[in-house]
Design a protein around this ligand. Sequence first.
Ligand SMILES: [Fe+2]
Ligand SMILES: [Fe+2]
Length: 435
Amino acid sequence: MDHESSSDRLRRFIQFLLDRDYLTRPQLAKVARFRSMIDTRVAFLCSLQGYISLREAYALLADQVNSGKRFGELAVEKGLLAQEQVNEVLQLAHDKFLMFQECLVATSTIDRDALLPVLQEFEEEAQSVEVRVDKEIPEPVQGSLSELDEIPDTISDGRLRAALRRVKQFATVPKVVERALQLLNDPNVKLEAVEDALLSDPALCAQILRLVNSAFFGVRSEVSTISRAVVTLGLKAVRQVVSATLVIRRFKELPEEKIRETWWHTVLTSQWSRALAELRRDVGAEVAAVAGLVHDVGVPVLLQSFPESMAAVERMIDQGIALPEAEKRAFGMTHAEVGSFLCHFWAFPDPLIQAVHHHHTPLPILQSLHDLEPLTRIVGAACALSSLVAETPQLGNLRSLSEEFVQFHGLSIEKLEALAPDVFQEAHRLAAFLS
Ligand SMILES: [Fe+2]
Ligand SMILES: [Fe+2]
């Protein structure tokens, strides 16, 4: 029996099911039809490419049962994949290199965990040749959050992996922040240990105290010491403060004229996120405010990682090409993708990663997401509102919001107009405070 082939075993199993009346002939025909229809390989590859999550892939496979459609067809219909992505994956399904890897795993020759470092080594060898040619890639100047925290294995495209490696060099954080975040991730950590870690960096402490005392965290009396900050806010919120300082630093490294524009948009989005969270009451206002502050973190990192491609992006925007599309053409990825990658790399919570990843995702696609987080709706809406009305004289632009947008977010133009003055006032206060 050891050497029985899979098809022999399957034949025997089907016979067994029929003999014992577990299955009727029509049922068998239905299962066989389904089996031939579901494209598990295509689904797996889509998730491997990072186009959809594994959860989305499984949900689509399950939906195939009743739809009678092919995987790619259904994914396009639901707005989860673009037709080009489906075509690419179908082509990839015939990729001998990728299929050979799968065979290595399937035959237990190399297990999946062991295969990843081997592939990495293989890619790094190719990459090191590339680096010698490209002298413009600077060395990382600070320690990384975790040298071992690798690019997710769902990203198998070599070019994208190389680009992300470059991005990662600019995503490094000071050792003290790395240590503090590690401590803050431990629910049993002693408060003194967190304080000690933070106190070793006076500039970071100053930034934390500024943020704690800003309107951001709604603390009533002034907090003047790190120990008070930790006790007053609690570990979870301190983690958010430290995360926010990471993002602020990234923005401050941009050229002067870029800072003003992107930083203002970020602060305004943060305040809209807070206001929408207070309205909806399904996400904490502070969590939403931090998410708003983080949502465009991919922008400064892309600017720093690929300064040579910025002119090309600006040209495309001048020609009317949307920013995400221009970024995809110039860098191979969008700032939303880079931002969510960084959030994953910095071990931020899952809802925050999703909110960053989807903040430019069109409504029809958002609507079809199975695991859409309330935070994702909030941040997407806040970013859109901040882009539409960058300053109070443009408040009339709110009237141009589509009915679809207003309904999806459970808002009304009147409600937004009523909220706007406070949002702008708070944003100006926060921007002045943090600058
Ligand atoms: Fe954005
Ligand atoms: Fe934005």
